[in-house]
Design a protein around this ligand. Structure first.
Ligand SMILES: CC(=O)N[C@H]1[C@@H](OP(=O)(O)OP(=O)(O)OC[C@H]2O[C@@H](n3ccc(=O)[nH]c3=O)[C@H](O)[C@@H]2O)O[C@H](CO)[C@@H](O)[C@@H]1O[C@H](C)C(=O)N[C@@H](C)C(=O)N[C@H](CCC(=O)O)C(=O)O
Ligand SMILES: Nc1ncnc2c1ncn2[C@@H]1O[C@H](COP(=O)(O)OP(=O)(O)OP(=O)(O)O)[C@@H](O)[C@H]1O
Ligand SMILES: N[C@H](CCC[C@H](N)C(=O)O)C(=O)O
Ligand SMILES: [Mg+2]
Length: 495
């Protein structure tokens, strides 16, 4: 595509130099530039991409997109906002691939990964060819790719949508993080359905206040298109959790049709008669098209919410209620979410990805409900992330667990001991008896200790890292998988 054509997707874009320069690819990272690429200079949080323009040109960049002068003699498009230009140009370059997909997005503090998996299952069971983008992995035409985060940057998203369209994908289900919304990573994504799970404390290091965090999530609904089209496939839907107070704000700022789900408040898709056992979760659901009883294999009231959100998305697609029930009942669980580790021991070991106060509270409350013995909780908090959630998570652990082993999650660049101290501050504030908890920096040692202290009928909950197969300490990534470490610890026990 010629530079002039690429720049034409923006009203305010000044092309300097040869307009007919042929662009064969787009890049925002100088280290990845190939000859013929357009290099877009992004002002980052850490460094300024404009400082890498020379490097990009040395690597063969055919042209630049800038929002400040860089003084290099190559064809250049000057724009107001290179982040916006990146999203617009990437969508234009790849022929607006997201509008050729049925794009379903899920935002919210907790439950995004789980809900996207449930929707993907519902759609694939109906023989829809799906793509999936989220924390655990990305799926394009049955090929799996590792992820580095939850929601990719706009350029990568458009590239992936293009690959999906080429591979004959019909629908894409993706997680939409608040960071992605705030940074405009999903600008240029034509969502048909936008789903909200819940809003509770997390990421205050980035968003500063809960109001700003909610406003970032709100961008998903305010930017969603409207329901007013003679073509049903053009209509947009906002699926909101009636039990979360942020939903009324999102309902007021969207032009899409609102469909609600919930348990406590009146909702279009509403669950009642919830029964939780160690085998699963049963409930009755009332919907605009009928009532059904559902027996999930997944544990916890929070998974009823995820199932309801997925059902609402399925109803929008016109899928019959019995088929939704069948798909949801067949899901064994999602990797690292309330995942049981079985080494033949006489107590339960559960690995879960709860890394927020609300997530930890939900999973502990669930475990408490079916534990016949004591609940032993191993958990920590990530470094370079919201520090204020640490003491709160300490208090929650003490509220539900009998014994607590406070340990490291991913300390990243932070001092691991300091993170443990932050968690302990919450325990001290609540005057939790010293005999009930211990601080063990080494996560492997903490897991071993929890397993060694468990008696028959107890439950050991290892929270925070779920599916993760690594641990980042002092900026270095090491192999680490809670499930494998627990298995190893159990092997020593059950010889
Ligand atoms: C705070 C944040 O979101 N930062 C993201 C941001 O990084 P940044 O602004 O610091 O980028 P930068 O390093 O300053 O670089 C600026 C520009 O210079 C370029 N550059 C840089 C170096 C070089 O040699 N050459 C070069 O061209 C870079 O490619 C980039 O275009 O842009 C990067 C590229 O897109 C992201 O990888 C990075 O995510 C970081 C790694 C991150 O940790 N993000 C987390 C917080 C995040 O986004 N998490 C959410 C999930 C949250 C949830 O659980 O809900 C997610 O969606 O993943
Ligand atoms: N609907 C829910 N409400 C509250 N907690 C939930 C819900 N669903 C899952 N959880 C808890 O949160 C953890 C993470 O779930 P999941 O991975 O589905 O969320 P996520 O929103 O994708 O997280 P992330 O922001 O890291 O991508 C689970 O392990 C569970 O403990
Ligand atoms: N998407 C979340 C994941 C947190 C997972 C937890 N194990 C941690 O490292 O804090 C984040 O980046 O904040
Ligand atoms: Mg996720």
């Amino acid at each position: 595509m010629q530079l002039k054509e690429l720049a034409s997707c923006l009203m305010i874009a000044k092309v300097e130099g040869k307009e007919d320069t042929v662009i064969t690819g787009i890049q925002t990272d100088s280290r990845k530039v190939k000859p013929g690429d357009l290099f877009i200079c992004l002002p980052g949080h850490t460094v300024n991409g404009h400082d890498y323009a020379v490097k990009a040109v040395e690597q063969g960049a055919a042209a630049l997109v800038v929002q400040q002068d860089v003084g290099i003699d190559v064809p250049t498009v000057k724009v107001k906002d290179t982040r916006f230009a990146m999203a617009a140009m990437a969508a234009h370059f790849y022929g607006y691939p997201s509008s050729k997909l049925n794009l379903i997005g899920v935002t919210g503090t907790n439950g995004k990964t789980t809900t996207t998996y449930l929707i993907d299952k519902i759609l694939t069971d109906r023989n829809t060819r799906t793509g999936l983008i989220g924390t655990i992995r990305m799926k394009i035409a049955d090929q799996m790719y590792d992820m580095n985060g939850t929601t990719p940057e706009a350029l990568e998203l458009q590239t992936r949508f293009h690959q999906m369209v080429e591979a004959g994908t019909e629908a894409c289900v993706m997680e939409v993080s608040s960071h992605a919304l705030e940074q405009g990573r999903v600008k240029g994504c034509d969502f048909r359905t936008a789903i909200f799970t819940n809003l509770t404390q997390d990421h205050l290091d980035y968003h500063a206040t809960m109001d700003k965090y909610r406003d970032a999530k709100g961008l998903f609904f305010s930017r969603l298109g409207n329901s007013f089209s003679s073509d049903p496939s053009d209509r947009k839907y906002a699926v909101l959790n009636a039990d979360d107070e942020a939903s009324s704000v999102f309902a007021s700022i969207t032009a899409a049709e609102v469909i609600t789900y919930g348990i406590d408040q009146a909702a279009d898709v509403r669950a009642s008669h919830i029964r939780i056992t160690s085998k699963g979760t049963a409930f009755t659901v009332e919907t605009p098209v009928g009532t059904e009883s559902v027996q999930l294999q997944m544990l916890g009231k929070f998974n009823v919410y995820n199932a309801l959100a997925a059902m609402a998305a399925g109803l929008i697609e016109g899928i019959p209620l019995e088929q939704l029930k069948e798909s949801l009942e067949s899901v064994k669980g999602v990797d690292g979410r309330v995942e049981a580790v079985d080494g033949g021991q006489e107590f339960a070991v559960i690995v879960d990805y709860a890394h927020t106060p609300d997530g930890l509270e939900n999973v502990l409350a669930t475990v408490r409900e079916f534990a016949e013995g004591e609940v032993i909780c191993v958990f920590g908090c990530g470094g370079d992330r919201d520090r204020t959630k640490r003491p709160i998570m300490g208090k929650i652990a003490a509220k539900y667990a009998d014994r607590i082993l406070v340990t490291s999650d991913n300390p990243r660049s932070e001092n691991p001991e300091r993170i443990l101290d932050d968690i302990e501050a919450g325990l001290k504030e609540d005057q939790v008896a010293k005999e009930r908890y211990e601080l063990i920096v080494d996560r492997k040692a903490a897991i071993q200790k929890a397993i060694d202290m468990a008696s028959p009928a107890d439950v050991v909950l290892i929270a925070g890292k779920g599916h993760e197969t690594y641990q980042i300490i002092n900026g270095v990534t090491h192999d680490f998988d809670d499930r494998l470490v627990a298995k190893e610890a159990l092997r020593g026990l059950v010889k």
